[in-house]
Design a binder for this molecule. Structure first.
Ligand code: ADP
Length: 276
């Protein structure tokens, strides 16, 4: 006899890890750099554990600044941030990784040793570190490339190494600053799909910076739209579409509708910026 509870699932399959518990709370955090540049007006934003959120906007709207504030790499001039409900100034040791646009690999060191670097810095014993590096390389599909030097790899593969280096510390939070911006479109699309798989499999919280509307629609559960002059958050747009998202999604009318919505929002935001 089937004793399963009577579940009704309407519409999307919810990611199992999206339970609505805050991972990141940005509380009136703003940034004026020491040279007087106002990079961000006060931002209020909550990102839940397990969410995939994109920061989208034109150059100079403060996307990187906000991401670096979340990472603790930039101090807010006013306001504060909480990570996993603890004041980020307490350096609460939430395991997070930051992936930059450049893969920034050590050219003299093979793929395995490049990925092992954060574990070496953290003093993880050699045998355990090696096991974790192998796991991380498998996750990004580079299991067979451990002994290869970075220059022997394509740009997309180098970025996979960078992502493996981000995952090897088993972070809860992955912060990505235009990681695929320098790649050709086909490679970027493939890495977008791989990233979504990793996000779901690993139960990560991801904050992803891009200025590509299409990338934002494909990846995100939520898009935080930002505008420049001065940098600020202008809109929080849900992309209420199920996962997994595949290549058919990219060419669907729904996708086009979201892209149009973001395009309009971006245009409106940039116009209001010029008037102010
Ligand atoms: P985005 O990532 O959206 O391009 P940024 O956060 O890099 O935006 O920059 C926002 C604004 O802050 C820009 O005007 C930029 O020139 C300025 N800015 C960024 N970093 C610094 C810094 N270290 N010192 C002074 N100004 C900065």
């Amino acid at each position: 006899m089937n004793t399963a509870p009577n579940l009704t699932v309407i519409g999307e399959e919810r990611p199992h890890h999206a339970l609505g518990t805050p991972a990141i709370e940005v509380l009136s955090a703003e940034k004026i750099y020491s040279n007087g540049t106002r990079a961000l007006l006060p931002v209020n934003l909550t990102i839940n554990q397990g969410e995939f959120v994109t920061l989208l906007g034109p150059s100079g709207c403060g996307k990187s600044t906000l991401l670096k504030m979340i990472a603790g790499l930039v101090e807010p001039s006013d306001g504060k941030l909480m990570l996993w409900r603890k004041d980020s100034r307490e350096k609460a040791q939430v395991p997070l990784s930051f992936v930059f646009q450049e893969a920034t690999l050590m050219p003299w060191s093979n793929v395995h040793n490049n990925v092992r670097l954060p574990l070496d810095i953290a003093g993880v014993p050699r045998a355990e570190a090696n096991t974790r590096v192998s796991e991380a390389l498998e996750l990004v599909g580079l299991g067979k490339f451990a002994k290869v030097l970075p220059r022997e790899l394509s740009g997309g593969m180098q970025m996979r190494v960078s992502i493996a280096r981000g995952l090897v510390t088993r972070p809860k939070l992955l912060l990505m600053d235009e990681p695929f911006g320098a790649l050709d479109e086909i490679t970027r699309n493939r890495l977008d799909s791989d990233l979504l798989r990793l996000w779901r499999e690993q139960g990560l919280t991801v904050v992803f910076v891009t200025h590509s509307i299409h990338e934002a629609v494909f990846l995100s559960q939520r898009v935080i739209m930002m505008a420049a002059r001065p940098g600020r958050v202008v809109e929080d747009i849900a992309i209420n579409e199920p996962f997994p998202r595949d290549e058919d999604f990219r060419v669907s009318p729904t996708f086009a509708r979201y892209a149009r919505q973001l395009q309009d929002s971006l245009l409106q935001a940039s116009q209001s910026g010029m008037e102010s």
